[in-house]
Design a binder for this molecule. Structure first.
Ligand code: MSK
Length: 663
């Protein structure tokens, strides 16, 4: 498949998606997979050399010696133009995650004050933990009193004008000092986004270094602001994930049930649909229309949210959305915000599916709009389900209705659960993982995250890298569409360790009963990886900052500005990051050097763009081994480990918990 991709021969590594794509081709339906082949990217914009910030242009800075000689009408040079474009992408990504977080804060506030009755705080333990981090006294307060205070405190993080975001102090001490030294501690989320837009406006910041440092600052507002706050509030409201069994791929659609696909990012409406979809009245309504029941499935990050909390099957990531309609079995596809292709409005016309938009922020000309209102949350969810049921008899039989079965998946590895699985409720910690890394049983950790992009054969980079990593004893953690790719491929089961993992990783996975690829959730849940890295650092033995860890982050098939913001906040946090494509600042060697060398000098990490999956693998293994060497750890040799503590098995853990509970 990697070879196919390099030759441009394959569109997808997802077997079920391929069946549907082939069916679409036979029936004259084209999708993003086909459009990507016909519509070549503009090489000038693709490499960061096009400036369209004012209306004197667009100015395209090309030609021999463009770096030194080319300039826009205003005189902006290529490095300035590239760096400005880059900063704007990071600001847009930060805005998306953070606006999602803002909505979660209002939901938490109104759920706590009783203004909305359909949503209640589910995880009080996490609420109290978050309150503690926010320095809100918890003693004697009810969960709703505390929920209100937490929500109000979080809301101040958006409009705060001075000081530091509340969660900056969650980072390792050394890291915080680095941020302060370089003046990149985010003050308020909205302030950093507004300032980034101001600085990139015509005639303001004209220093590529300064612009690229601002990219780190705004992205930190995303990672340790929008994303982390959103993860915490979603856990508080809907529960902190722990492992659940489910299935994934477009094979989750059912021929004899009303299929409802929930797609997008904000989990609130999806949670309501999950809640009411089993109500007898609605199930009976579906039956009255000739269906056997209601089959709720997720897509993109909404899928990740409800898969990790409720085990709702995932129909896959970003690139599966048009294909879901082409099954001819989707009665409704319910969308909110982010990663929703306008194309589904067009594809819908060929099928009976109803595309339903639910956020005033994300309307679509060809879709039906039902505005979500948390004050009537469950009623709206019921209305949507009834509408889907009404649509069931309208199936025409046109579509690829007999796809292969879905793959099994175990998902729901929150950072809390990962600590728990290494020692139980009373001894949960990252010690065993650190010990296994120090002993060479686990060579390192790779985060394989981010989008799909139809310019890469869907999932091919993910599949190749993940199987190679675990073969080389590298534990894989994943979020977003990357996690969906592994789920669809059937890699996220403990059995995968037995079949594919190297000897050390296999032993660890078998001892604690986990897959070698852990599903951590949605895009905003990349913040869980920041927390894990911080906890590994604090556990000791692997240095005293994130940049010391033998770890790598990779977004091999990215496409979204959100992915770029995530990549940059990881770099600013000290993690070496590789993106699998050409660089969006390729045109400017000066800006390339800034994100590579200058960032490395200042924050101890760099951002690379490597278009070939095999080269990504080589670079990643070298980076992990270099970190091991710097820590003076035992040289990694497959099957040869140093001494370490004995890992607790699931059985040991239960026994210890029983004994402790008795005392
Ligand atoms: S959904 S941002 S395509 S990971 Fe979060 Fe997937 Fe990328 Fe959207």
């Amino acid at each position: 498949m990697i070879e196919d991709k390099q030759e441009g021969n394959a569109q997808t590594a997802d077997k079920v998606a391929k069946e549907i794509l082939d069916w679409g081709h036979a029936h004259g339906i084209s999708t993003a997979f086909d459009r990507a082949q016909h519509l070549k990217p503009c090489p000038i914009g693709h490499s960061g050399a096009c400036c369209k910030i004012c209306f004197m242009g667009p100015c395209r800075l090309v030609g021999p010696d463009a770096e030194e000689k080319a300039a826009g009408v205003c005189g902006a040079t290529l490095p300035v133009v590239s760096a400005r474009n880059f900063l704007r992408m990071c600001a847009a990504g930060t805005a998306a995650h953070s606006d999602h977080a803002r909505d979660m804060a209002f939901t938490l506030l109104e759920a706590s004050t009783g203004e909305i009755s359909d949503i209640q705080i589910k995880d009080e333990k996490k609420l109290r933990k978050v309150a503690g981090i926010l320095e809100i006294p918890t003693e004697g307060k009810t969960k709703n009193e505390l929920g209100k205070e937490v929500a109000l405190k979080i809301l101040t993080n958006f409009g705060q004008q001075k000081g530091e975001l509340s969660y900056v102090k969650r980072a390792p001490k050394k890291r915080q000092e680095i941020w302060r030294k370089w003046g990149i501690v985010p003050r308020g989320i909205d302030r950093e986004i507004a300032e980034a837009m101001h600085r990139t406006n015509m005639g303001v910041d004209q220093d590529p270094e300064n612009l690229m440092m601002a990219a780190m600052k705004v992205s930190l507002a995303d990672g340790w602001g929008g994303c982390m706050l959103s993860t915490d509030m979603t856990d508080i409201l809907f529960g902190t994930p722990s492992p659940v069994h489910s299935t994934a791929s477009l094979g989750v659609m059912k021929t004899d049930e009303v299929n409802i696909v929930v797609h997008g990012h904000e989990p609130t409406l999806a949670e309501m649909i999950v809640d009411v979809s089993t109500e007898k009245e609605l199930v009976d309504y579906a039956k009255s229309k000739g269906a056997k029941g209601i089959n709720l499935v997720g897509m993109c990050c909404t899928a990740n949210e409800i898969l990790t909390r409720h085990g709702i099957p995932s129909a896959g990531g970003f690139l599966n959305q048009e294909l879901a309609l082409m099954t001819g079995m989707a009665e409704a596809i319910v969308v909110d915000v982010q990663c929703i292709m306008p194309a589904i409005g067009q594809v819908q016309k060929k099928f009976h599916t109803k595309v339903i938009t639910t956020s005033y922020k994300g309307k679509m000309i060809d879709a039906m709009h039902i505005q979500y209102d948390e004050h009537r949350a469950k009623d709206i969810a019921r209305e949507i389900i009834r509408l889907a049921c009404d649509n069931y008899p309208k199936r025409s039989g046109f579509g690829k209705m007999d796809s292969a079965a879905a793959s099994p998946v175990v998902a729901g590895f929150s950072h809390e659960y990962i600590a728990y699985m290494q020692g139980g409720s009373f001894r949960g910690s990252f010690r065993p993982l650190n010990d296994a890394i120090m002993a060479g049983r686990i060579r390192g950790v790779a985060a394989l995250v981010g989008c799909n992009n139809p310019r890469t054969a869907q999932d091919s980079f993910f599949d190749y890298l993940a199987t190679e990593f675990i073969k080389h004893d590298i534990l894989v953690v994943s979020t977003g569409c990357g996690a969906a790719a592994f789920a669809k491929a059937g890699y996220m089961t403990p059995e995968t360790a037995l079949e594919h993992a190297g000897p050390g990783l296999k032993e660890v996975c078998v001892a604690i009963g986990i897959p070698p690829m852990l599903h951590l959730g949605s895009c905003v849940d990349n913040s869980r990886i920041l927390t894990i890295m911080t906890q590994m650092t604090e556990e000791g033995g692997l240095g005293d900052d994130i940049c010391d860890l033998p770890a790598i982050g990779i977004a091999p098939e990215w496409m979204s500005e959100k992915a770029l913001a995530i990549g940059v906040y990881f770099v600013a946090s000290g993690a070496h990051i590789i993106f699998g494509s050409e660089s969006p600042v390729e045109a400017s060697p000066i800006v390339q050097a800034i994100k590579h060398d200058l960032w490395f000098k200042r924050v101890g990490a760099k951002l690379e763009f490597i278009p070939d999956a095999r080269d990504i693998l080589v670079a990643s293994l070298a980076a992990i081994d270099a970190k091991r060497d710097a820590l003076k750890l035992k040289k990694y040799e497959p099957g040869k480990f140093g001494a370490e503590r004995v890992l607790m098995t699931m059985e040991d853990r239960r026994k210890l918990e029983k004994e402790t509970a008795k005392k």
